[in-house]
Ligand binder design. Structure first.
Ligand SMILES: Nc1ncnc2c1ncn2[C@@H]1O[C@H](COP(=O)(O)OP(=O)(O)OP(=O)(O)O)[C@@H](O)[C@H]1O
Ligand SMILES: [Mg+2]
Ligand SMILES: [Zn+2]
Length: 508
């Protein structure tokens, strides 16, 4: 029968466990000096060696020939343990045995001495799945276990484990496994299995698996099933990852502001059945590489890219500002999160890409730009609210000089307070900034709707009152919508077009 590679290559001893030296050496030492704990808690992300180490530790404490804390692997106890037929090592999958009855059974079992071993070891996997009453029962056994009983709890979700349990355990945090370490292990396994695995393919698998060894070996398995020679193209194909060039094409299109091109490449990938979530993740990861290069870090172990990608990454880093890189990364991460809830992942990604190709409508920018650029259009072109205010108050038409406007430092405070007064108007002021000149306050916002809202007397009044409360004096309020907002609505149109036209809105 075919045995999955990751099971076949589960380390049987501490020496074969990679990337967790802080854990394996401590455990070995404990076994060696006979100072093992009664209860352990192994936590950390998927496929990092928790179950593996639990099994090794259970063997190590029981192997009569253990040397330096390492089980011999050849005695009956070690061999039966590896076959899973040793009755004194009891593995419980809490995902399917999570009731209080299950734990009561366990508790009853603890009263019997081990049959063949020194210690009776209970390995409770996925322990976070226990029901509340099961936790209570477990706590009871853990409070006063017989001397020969040991517990090893394993979980990916430590935050779901009650503090009363955690405090009774020695806790070990398993790290994500470094890309290079995964790749090296994959190469080793491939060699043993007589699979041809290209170096860049091993790295690609490692990157995709995000620190989890099981996923990495499974993907290797999957690739080996489709081809005798595993290249990065085979990996991309099997994992549904984007062709590496396509990633750069999208990033270049984003940098050059070519929304259509970015959508085109994405559409092509979609047609080839590429997974949109994966694509989003890969884009994020390339941006991270670009960010590291931009920050002057070229350490190979921090970057996660193919050797032959360095040049294109460096070129991208040169072209992009750090500000853009950071905001793009954040936007893609948001997108990835939305994708999890969205019925149409493709549209989520497309919207994100389009927004990335837009020049940024940043209030921050407005605040640091010379006031001139902002104010001038307000007084020359876009003047409805100004006029209105003036006519109403009957004030003389004083000439407003741009350089006399000063940014309002308390603007954030004003917005904060005004949110409680009028959420609608305050909402239209997201990413806005304000400037004052004499008795005038000019509010620059990217949301055109604010101008409409401001024409309403009550709105204008309540805003004026809040301003007065915080600034200590009255201002005539003028509103202006800055240019970027038009591009925003262009983006909106483009998205709408995309949705309406060639793009099928199939549910993925
Ligand atoms: N540190 C490691 N060194 C070598 N191989 C590892 C390591 N961690 C995991 N593996 C490989 O991945 C497989 C799964 O590992 P294991 O069952 O120990 O993961 P886990 O941490 O318990 O994951 P999960 O939380 O998903 O149960 C093993 O069979 C082994 O092939
Ligand atoms: Mg496990
Ligand atoms: Zn042994």
């Amino acid at each position: 029968m075919y045995k999955a590679l990751y099971r076949k290559w589960r380390p049987l001893s501490f020496d074969d466990v990679i990337s967790q030296p802080h854990i394996t050496s401590t455990l070995r030492n404990q076994v060696c000096t006979g100072k093992t704990a009664h209860a352990y808690l192994f936590t950390g992300s998927r496929g990092t060696g928790k179950t593996t180490c639990a099994r090794i530790l259970a063997k190590a404490v029981n192997c009569p020939n253990a040397e330096n804390g390492v089980p011999c692997l050849s005695c009956d106890i070690c061999r039966d343990a590896d076959k899973g037929t040793l009755s004194d090592i009891i593995e419980i999958d809490a995902a399917s045995n999570n009731s209080v009855e299950d734990i009561r059974d366990l508790r009853e079992g603890t009263v019997y001495m081990p049959e063949r071993c020194r210690c009776k070891v209970y390995i409770i996997d996925e322990v976070h799945m226990l029901s509340p009453s099961a936790w209570g029962a477990l706590l009871k056994v853990m409070e006063e276990p017989p001397a020969y009983v040991k517990f090893i709890l394993a979980t990916t979700e430590i935050h779901k484990v009650p503090a009363t349990i955690i405090s009774r355990c020695q806790r070990y945090d398993f790290r994500r496994i470094r890309t290079e370490d995964i790749a090296a292990r994959l190469s080793f396994i491939a060699a043993e299995e007589q699979i041809t695995l290209h170096e860049d393919a091993a790295l690609l698998i490692a990157r995709i698996s995000d620190g989890g060894m099981r996923d990495a070996i499974s993907l290797l398995d999957q690739c080996a099933a489709v081809s005798d020679e595993i290249t990065s193209a085979v990996v991309s194909e099997s994992a549904g990852t984007a062709g590496r060039d396509a990633l750069f094409d999208i990033i270049d299109a984003v940098t050059d502001g070519q929304a259509a091109k970015a959508l085109e490449v994405t559409g092509e990938l979609h047609r080839c059945s590429k997974d949109m979530s994966r694509l989003c993740e890969e884009l994020t990861e390339q941006l991270r590489n670009i960010m590291l290069l931009k920050a002057g870090c070229s350490k190979n172990e921090l970057l996660s890219c193919m050797p032959d990608e360095m040049e294109r990454l460096a070129a991208a880093a040169k072209k992009m500002s750090m500000e853009d890189i950071l905001s793009h990364t954040a936007a893609l991460q948001d997108c990835r999160e939305r994708m999890q809830r969205s019925p149409n992942k493709r549209i989520e990604l497309e919207m994100a890409l389009i927004s990335l190709t837009m020049p940024k409508p940043k209030a921050v920018q407005a605040a640091v730009q010379p006031v001139q650029q902002i104010v001038q259009p307000a007084v020359s072109r876009k003047t409805e609210p100004v006029q209105q205010e003036r006519q109403e108050s009957g004030q003389p038409q004083k000439k407003l000089r741009p350089e006399d406007f000063k940014p309002v430092e308390q603007w954030a405070d004003i917005l904060e307070e005004y949110r409680a007064v009028n959420p609608a108007v305050s909402g239209s002021l997201a990413e806005s900034s304000a400037f004052v000149n004499g008795g005038y306050m000019l509010i620059v916002t990217k949301n055109r709707f604010f101008l409409t809202l401001l024409k309403n007397r009550e709105n204008a009044q309540s805003l004026g009152e809040t301003v007065k409360r915080i600034m200590g004096r009255e201002y005539k309020i003028l509103g202006k919508c800055n240019e970027e907002s038009q591009q925003e609505s262009m983006a909106q149109n483009l998205i709408q077009k995309a949705i309406n036209s060639n793009i099928e809105t199939a549910v993925e």
